[in-house]
Design a protein around this ligand. Structure first.
Ligand SMILES: C[S@@+](CC[C@H](N)C(=O)[O-])C[C@H]1O[C@@H](n2cnc3c(N)ncnc32)[C@H](O)[C@@H]1O
Length: 281
């Protein structure tokens, strides 16, 4: 029997976490065993408190016997924070360093892995459209969380974020105005359908799933921070295998591949923006 939890008792032993991740893996095939332990533990504590669950055994039983609760668990355990044109200098760097290379191809493939609710997907689509490249792009956008994928597919975002998104967009040296691309309907920003009608939204788990296509550009931003070194290595190998030679990999500001096993197969294109090029098979 594991100890019980209340608002003041927040310690979870590693063996309890292991029991939880083993149960999830066995029942549903999701592997959280190599998520960074401290942040994963914090999220589990949030779930326990939210549902007033007092022991790990109770949480595990609920997860095993209630698939709807499990979907909610996935939502609560993953951090879905995102925004349009997050880190505008990153999008500026894509335009100056990557778009000219894409422009040499009659068509190219882009993968937004861990796309969350899709703000990054629409942001890139707008910039591709401004450079007259959007119609040449085949785009996949994936995430582990079904509910964020459903939101991403809608292309609708909360109106309260509009000022921030407009400011971010204006900081990317854009060719137009953000308002050229949306209407406001029922307190939501509704982006023009043409920006995402070509995007295939798909469930894909970086921890267990395999290569499904080959890409010229992969964005994998602000998700590696939640993985331990072992899982990061697995994901870098997957991303490397999923890129064409000379394809680009874009990571988040706090992420880097310098410590990963296959770092020598990439070359830095922008140290500051964490954009890399695959230079070896
Ligand atoms: C903080 S958001 C980042 C969203 C976006 N890339 C950005 O930078 O704004 C992290 C996303 O990673 C997803 N995620 C977490 N673990 C994952 C996994 N194993 N496979 C695929 N996506 C995962 C979460 O569901 C979440 O939507």
């Amino acid at each position: 029997m594991f100890p019980s939890y209340n608002d003041f008792e927040t310690e979870i032993e590693p063996e309890e976490l292991r029991k939880l991740t083993d149960a999830v893996l066995t029942k549903y095939g999701y592997d959280f065993g190599n998520y960074a332990q401290s942040s994963f533990k914090r999220r589990v504590i949030v779930v326990l408190r939210k549902h007033g669950i007092k022991s790990m055994d109770v949480l595990i039983q609920k997860i095993i016997h209630d698939p709807i609760f499990f979907e909610q668990f996935i939502h609560d355990i993953t951090v879905n924070t995102t925004e349009m044109f997050r880190d505008p200098t990153f999008f500026k760097a894509l335009k100056t360093l990557v778009f000219p290379v894409l422009n040499t191809r009659s068509e190219f493939n882009i993968w937004h892995s861990a796309c969350s609710t899709g703000e990054e997907v629409v942001s890139l689509a707008i910039l591709l459209k401004e450079e007259n490249l959007l119609h040449r792009a085949k785009v996949y956008a994936t995430d582990i969380n079904h509910s964020v994928l459903k939101k991403a597919e809608s292309g609708r975002f909360p109106l309260r974020n509009l000022d921030l998104y407009t400011q971010n967009y204006n900081n990317t040296d854009p060719k137009g105005k953000l308002s050229d691309y949306y209407k406001i309907v029922d307190n939501e920003i509704v982006f023009h359908r043409e920006l995402i009608e070509h995007v295939r939204f798909k469930h894909h788990d970086l921890a267990v799933d395999h290569q499904f296509f080959k890409f010229d550009l992969i964005l994998c931003r602000n998700v590696m921070i939640y993985f331990n070194q072992k899982l990061q290595n697995r994901v870098f190998e997957l991303l490397h295998a999923s890129l064409f030679l000379n394809g680009f990999l874009a990571l988040g500001a706090k992420e880097s591949l310098i410590w990963c096993k296959i770092a020598d197969k990439f070359e830095s294109v922008s140290d500051h923006e964490k954009i890399y090029k695959k230079v070896k098979l």
